[in-house]
Design a protein around this ligand. Structure first.
Ligand code: BGC
Length: 406
């Protein structure tokens, strides 16, 4: 995890680098790099599409060029939405698109991106499976002069031109603050609340931000003994969940419940970094928790199953991130890059989406900040589900459950 606020004045050279992106050219792509093309073509067969997910659309005029969209997996709900929105919005704006899902397999994502470069894409949008494992593909993109937008998850390579995401640290602080406010920890007196923690995938640069944002809010209460992590499992590596897997989160939660709570110890809170992990934890609590109190469970994303759990009182909150808006910002940024426009906060009004321009917080390598557009996440509970319906992206059935509009 790299979050650093630079307290020094940036040199003129550094500012120039940031305007152009963090390392790569923001010129429209040169697609005739023979070496990159040949190598990518060689790997094409080794990277079959994930079921019917890979899609190449050549039915638009492609006036704006060809865009490669590399998503991590279809097994986690949100990426299906991200992929669909990006694909639709770029096509509607006149671009040809290539969309791949890499089944949470980093080597496959490298191959998928190499194939896109061989295919002559003008710009890449990549949500990395592993932010440290894309160097081969990123270096080839840089050689080919293809700008890269790191989408939602930062990639640790200076070929990345720009980063579009939500304010990841704030996602964590919203979860932590929700726990503080709901349990009124300020006024807890001698009451002790028992808590457990489940974080995300260590390969995903975001996971550390979510965890740290929440822990920074909760640590004073842990230190004061108001919050007690009964298992003692608090450090990120111990509570992390590879690939954000629901099954892995379920299994670990079952182990914790049988080891530390089978004697009737009351569990009050389970801080979960996102919805896929919250789903596993909620399942473990439903099947394996001996107590009868309701446990405060946090989440992130607004996955359908989790929204159902919120309606049913099984999960308490989720931090919602409107990924349709994330696609809109990505499209606006991509257009500006391909037009050779200046990239800075002056673009934001043209997006029509609330976000900030941040040139300090995210670094693709030590000392190399990546200019970032960061959108604003919101807390959703059973009390404001209508806010999701109001986005037009969900409908509410007569049973009160929400469905995402496909
Ligand atoms: C995203 C989260 C998501 C997680 C698992 C993270 O990178 O920011 O929204 O829950 O990946 O898909």
């Amino acid at each position: 995890m790299k979050r650093k606020v630079l307290g020094v004045l940036l040199s003129v050279a550094m500012v120039a680098t940031m305007v152009a992106g963090c390392g790569s050219s923001s010129e429209p792509a040169a697609t005739d790099d023979a070496a990159a093309t040949e190598e990518a073509a060689d790997t094409e067969e080794a990277a079959p599409a994930e079921d019917a997910a890979e899609e190449e659309s050549a039915d638009t005029a492609a006036a704006g060029g060809k865009i490669g969209i590399s998503m991590p997996t279809q097994s986690l709900e949100r990426w299906n939405r991200d992929g669909a929105y990006l694909d639709e919005q770029f096509q509607a704006a006149g671009y040809e698109t290539v969309l791949t899902y890499s089944d949470n397999d980093s080597a496959r994502q490298v191959n998928d991106i190499q194939n896109m470069l061989a295919d002559g894409v003008d710009l890449l949008i990549v949500a990395a499976i592993d932010g440290e494992a894309l160097n081969t593909a990123m270096d080839e993109a840089a050689t080919a002069g293809v700008p890269v937008i790191a989408y939602d998850r930062l990639i640790m390579n200076d070929a990345v031109s720009y980063y579009v995401s939500f304010d990841n640290y704030t996602v964590g602080t919203l979860q932590g603050q929700f726990i503080v406010d709901t349990l009124d920890l300020e006024n807890a007196g001698d009451t002790v609340y028992n808590m457990e923690i489940t974080a995300g995938d260590p390969a995903d640069n975001n996971a550390g931000y979510f965890y740290q944002g929440a822990i920074d809010v909760l640590q004073p209460y842990i230190d004061a003994g108001t919050l007690n992590v009964v298992s003692g499992q608090t450090d990120f590596d111990t509570v992390a969940t590879a690939q954000w897997s629901t099954d892995t989160a379920l299994e670990r939660a079952q182990n914790i419940l049988s080891s530390y709570y089978a004697d009737g110890t009351q569990l009050d809170v389970w801080l979960c970094s996102n919805d896929s992990t919250a789903l596993g934890v909620a399942q473990a609590i439903t099947s394996d928790y001996a107590g009868s109190n309701s446990v405060l469970i946090t989440g992130q994303d607004g996955d359908e199953a989790n929204l159902k759990n919120i309606v049913d009182g099984i999960q308490t909150m989720t931090v919602y991130k409107n990924v349709s808006n994330e696609s809109v910002v990505t499209l606006g940024l991509a257009q500006a890059i391909l037009n050779g426009d200046t990239i800075d906060e002056s673009l934001i009004p043209s997006f029509g989406i609330e976000c900030s321009y941040d040139t300090e917080s995210y670094e693709t390598s030590e000392g190399n900040p990546c200019p970032s557009f960061l959108l604003v996440p919101n807390v959703i509970t059973a009390d404001n589900l209508q806010d999701l319906v109001d986005t037009g992206l969900y409908t509410m059935g007569e049973d009160g459950y929400l469905s995402a509009v496909q």
